[in-house]
Structure formats: structure tokens, C-alpha cells
Design a protein around this ligand. Structure first.
Ligand SMILES: [Fe+2]
Length: 299
């Protein structure tokens, strides 16, 4: 499988500084000095020993800019770049300076059939010996499983689904069908796909557009208390809570969803199940949750 993990995400914000306080004091991420080659005013937020997991760049609009997919090594990266080129999905290769700005050795830019920009990298180096959250003792479930997951808008559903499976090599974990969001609309479909790590899904594809460019991003912590404490911090910060506490059916995650600055939906959870894919049969679901998760997303 080509993709090892969701290594980082890039956001564009009119005011990256808004993310500094929220990222540190609500989410518990740690800001680090930006690598060379980033635009002035770029914010790097770490969740672990990686140089960053969230790269927040100044921009014209508040939006999700790209998912950063990491390949296991240079060979896997080279094969994926070729596959992207053949599929007509390779935008360009990144320069050494651009790769360095991601803490990586190699970098490429692409776009999926629904227009979601992404990056492909390999050889990200861990440049910090330890991670220390501004929230005392908080740790994220990351490492080889990447930063969490991203659910992306995929209005061109079939083509986008085929792209992630056949070109990027993701595996199917669960295919979820839900009733239409409004009367007269088609049913909601979310395909949950895994990368080459035990996390249930690193990407989800949703058959409707999303105003911020991302349906949500997920961060996983170690305990229920960590989730509850973040819910308290989010409420104190008056962040909109767009889904109440609940447990998902397919990955078992107990989580809530909030809007971070710029309207970026963040799922914050714990207890995500981990899988051995060699003996796994993909599932089909018609319910997203075991309990809770009363959704109240804008739009
Ligand atoms: Fe999620």
C-alpha cells in the first residue's frame, strides 16, 4: 500500500494567529518555529515529535488547503508519483526547499477528482526529542498512525472513491449510507478508507460539498477525561459545538465535534479501534453512531 499515514494538514487562514491561541489552549497542540521555506506568518502546530501536524498559512480566505499524505520510503513515493502522473492527478513536484518546509525529503502536489488538493511526501524527520502540550500531560494518539483522519468533500463521489483506492492504494474499511440531509437530496454516503496503519480510517469521502473545504479533521487523545476536559475548554472558549458527545459505530471513537477558527470542524475523541487489515472484511453500515453525536453542522 502506497500511503503510510495522514502526516499533516495545511490550512489557510486570514488570521493564523487566531489558531495559535485556539490550537494551544483548546486543542492542546504545541506551536513550534516554522521550518525554513515557509511563508512569513505561517504557524506550525505539533501534536507529537513530528515538526508539525497542522501548517497554518496566511491566506485570502479561511479554508482547508491540503492533506499531506506520507509514503513509507522513497520507492513508495516514486511509485505513487508515477501513478498520479498516469492518472493526470499530479500538479507538480515540490522543490527541495518546499519539501524542507514540510520537514520532508520529497514532496509532490496533486488534486483528486473532486478538486481536493493534496500533497504527497516522504522522509519526514522528527526534529524534536519530545512533545510537551500546553495542556499539562496531554498526549495524542499519532505516531505511525498519523495525525488522525480527514473526511473530505467528494461531490464527484465514484471517481474520487476510485482514485483513493486505485491510484493512492487506500483500503476500504466501511461504506456508510445515511438518509438524505434534506428532503429531495440523494442519500448521504461516506466511504471510510484506511492507509497502511491500524487506524480504522485515515480518509473519509463524503458525497456532498463542505463550506470550509473539509468535512472534519479528527484528533485522538488517550482518555475519556482528555475528551471531556477539551469539551470544557471549547465551551469556555465559546467554540460552536457541532456534534455532542457520542460513540461512532465503525471506529468506536468516543468524540465530540467543534468549530475551530475559520469554521474548520474538528472531531476530538478517544478509544478509536485499531485493526489488522490482513484479516479484515470491509463493512457496510446504515448508522454512524452507537449513541450520541447529535449533529448541528452549519449549512
Ligand atoms: Fe471522524
Amino acid at each position: 500500500m502506497a500511503i503510510a499515514s495522514l502526516s499533516y494538514v495545511r490550512l489557510e487562514m486570514r488570521e493564523p494567529a487566531d489558531w495559535l491561541w485556539f490550537g494551544e489552549q483548546v486543542l492542546g497542540f504545541a506551536s513550534r518555529p516554522a521550518e525554513g521555506g515557509t511563508v512569513r506568518g505561517t504557524l506550525c502546530l505539533a501534536m507529537d515529535a513530528m515538526p508539525f501536524r497542522y501548517l497554518i498559512e496566511p491566506g485570502e480566505a479561511d479554508r482547508f488547503a491540503a492533506a499531506g499524505w506520507e509514503c513509507a520510503d522513497a520507492d513508495a513515493f516514486g511509485q505513487s508519483v508515477e501513478a498520479l502522473r498516469e492518472a493526470g492527478a499530479l500538479t507538480r513536484l515540490g522543490s527541495d526547499v518546499e519539501a524542507g518546509s514540510r520537514g520532508a525529503v520529497g514532496l509532490a502536489f496533486g488534486v483528486d477528482p473532486s478538486g481536493n488538493a493534496f500533497e504527497l511526501c516522504h522522509g519526514r524527520t522528527v526534529n524534536e526529542a519530545s512533545f510537551s502540550s500546553p495542556i499539562d500531560g496531554l498526549r495524542f494518539v499519532t505516531g505511525a498512525m498519523g495525525l488522525g483522519h480527514a473526511v473530505l468533500p467528494a461531490p464527484e463521489f465514484e471517481a474520487t472513491d476510485a482514485f483513493y483506492r486505485e491510484v493512492l492504494g487506500f483500503g476500504v474499511s466501511d461504506e456508510l449510507t445515511l438518509p438524505p440531509p434534506v428532503e429531495g437530496a440523494p442519500p448521504q454516503r461516506i466511504h471510510f478508507l484506511h492507509a497502511d496503519n491500524p487506524r480504522h480510517h485515515s480518509v473519509g469521502l463524503y458525497n456532498f460539498p463542505a463550506p470550509s473545504g473539509v468535512v472534519h479533521l479528527m484528533a485522538e487523545v488517550e482518555t475519556l477525561d482528555d475528551v471531556g476536559a477539551c469539551l470544557d475548554r471549547a465551551k469556555a472558549a465559546e467554540a460552536p459545538i457541532v456534534a455532542s458527545l457520542g460513540r461512532h459505530l465503525n471506529d468506536g471513537m468516543v468524540s465530540f465535534y467543534m468549530l475551530a477558527p475559520g469554521g474548520i470542524p474538528i472531531e476530538y475523541g478517544y478509544d478509536g479501534r485499531q485493526f489488522d487489515w490482513s484479516a479484515f472484511e470491509p463493512t457496510r453500515s446504515t448508522a454512524g453512531d452507537i449513541w450520541g453525536h447529535e449533529y448541528n453542522f452549519p449549512g
